[in-house]
Design a protein around this ligand. Structure first.
Ligand SMILES: C[S@@+](CC[C@H](N)C(=O)[O-])C[C@H]1O[C@@H](n2cnc3c(N)ncnc32)[C@H](O)[C@@H]1O
Length: 214
């Protein structure tokens, strides 16, 4: 699929060597909270879209359920190389990685029991397509869990936020998204939407996949 690529898509390879340092402000308890929200069961197949350097891998390893399989995808080879190291250091976890655009996942419908979208929805060129693809590959009754930054609910983005967003979007992430707009019309039922970090700036949102459209 020929989708225009924003500049920031090509920056992840540049950021990769410093990424863990940039994001060290996000406490492990926050990441653990969204890993817990996945409610993994033994044998579950989990997709992590935008796995980055794989910071969730050690936490998943702690949570690892017998026979679970973790598949991580990312469009940055440099990020994936770091995730691969983390996966190798977590022998309890069965998993694999693939270089892939999460706008167009190369998996069949309903291939996964759980889909995790950690800090990818707001950085992607088309957030709604990322969530739609996550929903497509999740089985009915499975969970799609988002961890990301969103604007406060119930109001349009403020002027300062829109101004800051011009810079923020260019180099990394949109900060004006409303998740209810991103998810509107998708086969997802909202289960929970909880503040996770920096007040309600970062939220953990859990959706249940409610039916398969295909
Ligand atoms: C902000 S980082 C998040 C990394 C990791 N999930 C975390 O929580 O630290 C965004 C990641 O999403 C990846 N990414 C951005 N757009 C993507 C896309 N369309 N398909 C796959 N990965 C994408 C980037 O390469 C980067 O590794």
């Amino acid at each position: 699929m020929n989708r225009p690529r924003p500049l920031r898509d090509s920056l992840w390879d540049v950021y990769a060597p410093f990424y863990d340092l940039f994001t060290s402000a996000i406490p492990d308890r926050v990441r653990q909270a969204y890993v817990d929200a996945l409610r993994l069961s033994p044998g579950d197949r989990l997709l992590i879209a935008g796995i980055g350097t794989g910071q969730d891998v050690p936490l998943l390893s702690e949570t690892a359920m017998a026979g679970s399989v973790v598949v991580g995808v990312d469009l940055s080879p440099a990020m994936l190389a770091r995730a691969a190291r983390r996966l190798r250091s977590s022998p309890r976890l069965r998993g694999g990685l693939a270089l892939m655009d999460a706008h167009d996942l190369g998996f069949r419908d309903v291939s996964f029991d759980r889909v995790l979208l950690p800090l990818i929805v707001a950085v992607a060129a088309e957030p709604r397509v990322i969530l739609r693809e996550g929903a497509r590959v999740c089985r009915t009754g499975g969970l799609v869990v988002i961890f990301d930054k969103f604007r406060p609910a119930g109001s349009p983005p403020s002027l300062p936020r829109r101004i800051l967003n011009v810079f923020s979007r260019t180099v990394a992430t949109d900060i004006t998204l409303d998740p209810s707009e991103v998810a509107a019309g998708l086969p997802l039922r909202l289960q929970s939407d909880e503040p996770a970090f920096l007040g309600r700036q970062f939220r953990i949102i859990v959706y249940e996949k409610i039916f398969n459209r295909s």
